[in-house]
Design a protein around this ligand. Structure first.
Ligand SMILES: NC(=O)c1ccc[n+]([C@@H]2O[C@H](COP(=O)([O-])OP(=O)(O)OC[C@H]3O[C@@H](n4cnc5c(N)ncnc54)[C@H](OP(=O)(O)O)[C@@H]3O)[C@@H](O)[C@H]2O)c1
Length: 339
C-alpha cells in the first residue's frame, strides 16, 4: 500500500500553533482513479493563511476540520496520472496539504521558464506574486508620482507589490517589523523609505515618510497599522485590503477599525482575493517573469528543509522572521540551475 506522511490538525490553536495542535502521521494514499493524478511535493508554500485556516473564524475558505490534513498550496511533479491534462513529469501547482505527496483531481500546469527555479514559481510567480500583481494593477492602480504604502512590505506579497508600484512610477513606502528590515526595503527592493511598525510613534514616522499623504494603501496587516495609515490618506485614496495578519492568531474575532476617513476622504476600500483573477494568472505570470528576468524586480525565498519543519516554518512567517517567501522544500528543485 502506498502511503504518505501528513500533518493533521488535532486542536484549534490559541495564538501561536503549539506542538499539540498538529501531528505528523502516516496515512495511505487514496487509489488513483480516473481523473486523478499523484503529485510528489517539492515545495510546500507556507502562508499566513495556513494559520487562518486552522481557526474557525469567519473566512473565505472552509476552516480545516479537526483531524483533517493541514491545507496548503504545493508545487511538485506528477508521478502517475489518470487525468487527461497531466502527464508523468509535469510540474504542477495544487491545493493539497502539508504532506510528502498527494492524489489530486485539479491543479495548474507550471510551464518552465529559463532562469526561474521552481522556487520562483512558488514565490514571485506563485500565489503571493500574483496577489501583489492584481492588487496593485487592478485595485490600487497607483499613478506616477502618487504615494503607495504597503505593510508586511519585506514579505512575499509586500515586497513584490512595492516593486510593481515603483515600476508604475509611484513613491513607495513600506511598513515592516524592525529597522534592519526597513533599511533592506530600500537597499534590496528599491523602496523610497521603510518605516518600523515597532518604533515609538508609527503615525509620526509614517507622516514623515509620506509628506504628501497616502494615495494607495496595500494593506496586509489590518488592526492598528490600517488605522494608522487611514489617518494619512488623501482624497480619492484606494485601500487594497489584501490581508489582516494582525488578526490571524487572535481568538474572539477580527480587530475592528475606525473607517471614518474612508468616508471623509471619499476613499475606496476593496477586498482582494487572488482567486478572483484565476482566469488571468497566465498574463500576470508572464509579466512578472519578464520583470524578474530583466532584473527589475528582486525576490527572496526562505527555505526550510523537511516535512518536519512545516510548523516551525509557519511560526517564522507569523513572527516576521522569514526573509522572503517561506517555503518548505521536500525534494531537489529540478529547475534550480545553481544547485
Ligand atoms: N487576499 C489574498 O488573496 C492573499 C494572498 C496571499 C497573501 N495574502 C495576505 O498577504 C499578507 C502577507 O502574506 P505573505 O504570504 O506575503 O507573508 P509574508 O509577508 O512573507 O509574511 C508575513 C509578514 O507579516 C508581518 N506580520 C506578522 N504579524 C504581524 C502583525 N501582528 N502585525 C503586522 N504585521 C505582521 C511580518 O512582517 P513584519 O514583521 O516585517 O511586519 C511577516 O513577515 C497576509 O496578510 C496574507 O494573508 C492575501
Amino acid at each position: 500500500m502506498r502511503t504518505t506522511r501528513q500533518w493533521v490538525l488535532d486542536r484549534r490553536p490559541e495564538g501561536r500553533v503549539a506542538d499539540a495542535d498538529v501531528r505528523l502521521v502516516e496515512v495511505p494514499l487514496p487509489p488513483l482513479e480516473d481523473g486523478a493524478f499523484e503529485l510528489e511535493h517539492i515545495h510546500l508554500s507556507i502562508d499566513p493563511t495556513n494559520r487562518l485556516w486552522m481557526s474557525d473564524t469567519a473566512q473565505a475558505a472552509m476552516p480545516i476540520q479537526l483531524g483533517r490534513p493541514v491545507r496548503a498550496f504545493v508545487y511538485g511533479r506528477v508521478t502517475a496520472s489518470r487525468h487527461p491534462d497531466f502527464r508523468d513529469g509535469d510540474m504542477v501547482r495544487g491545493l493539497a496539504s502539508w504532506s510528502d505527496r498527494s492524489v489530486l483531481r485539479a491543479g495548474a500546469l507550471i510551464p518552465r521558464r529559463r532562469g526561474m527555479p521552481l522556487s520562483a514559481h512558488a514565490s514571485i510567480l506563485g500565489m503571493t506574486g500574483l496577489t501583489a500583481y492584481f492588487g496593485v494593477t487592478e485595485i490600487g492602480r497607483p499613478a506616477a508620482g502618487e504615494t503607495f504604502v504597503v505593510s508586511a512590505a519585506a514579505g512575499a506579497t509586500g515586497s513584490i507589490a512595492g516593486q510593481i508600484a515603483r515600476l508604475l512610477g509611484a513613491r513607495t513606502i513600506g511598513i515592516v517589523g524592525g529597522e534592519a528590515k526597513a533599511r533592506r526595503l530600500v537597499s534590496r527592493f528599491g523602496f523610497d523609505a521603510g518605516v518600523d511598525r515597532r518604533g515609538p510613534d508609527l503615525l509620526e514616522a509614517l507622516r514623515a515618510a509620506c509628506p504628501n499623504g497616502v494615495d494607495v494603501d496595500f494593506e496586509n496587516a489590518g488592526g492598528v497599522i490600517l488605522d494608522t495609515v487611514l489617518k494619512l490618506i488623501n482624497p480619492g485614496a484606494r485601500i487594497v485590503l489584501c490581508g489582516m495578519i494582525s488578526g490571524y492568531e487572535a481568538t474572539g474575532g477580527w480587530p475592528t477599525n475606525d473607517l471614518s476617513q474612508i468616508l471623509m476622504k471619499r476613499a475606496r476600500l476593496e477586498g482582494l482575493l487572488v482567486s478572483a483573477f484565476a482566469d488571468r494568472y497566465e498574463e500576470a505570470t508572464s509579466r512578472l517573469a519578464d520583470w524578474a528576468l530583466a532584473g527589475q524586480i528582486a525576490w527572496d525565498v526562505d527555505i526550510s528543509h523537511g516535512l518536519e519543519s512545516a510548523p516551525s516554518a509557519l511560526a517564522r512567517v507569523l513572527a516576521g522572521r522569514s526573509e522572503g517567501k517561506q517555503l518548505v522544500q521536500l525534494a531537489p528543485d529540478p529547475w534550480d540551475e545553481a544547485a
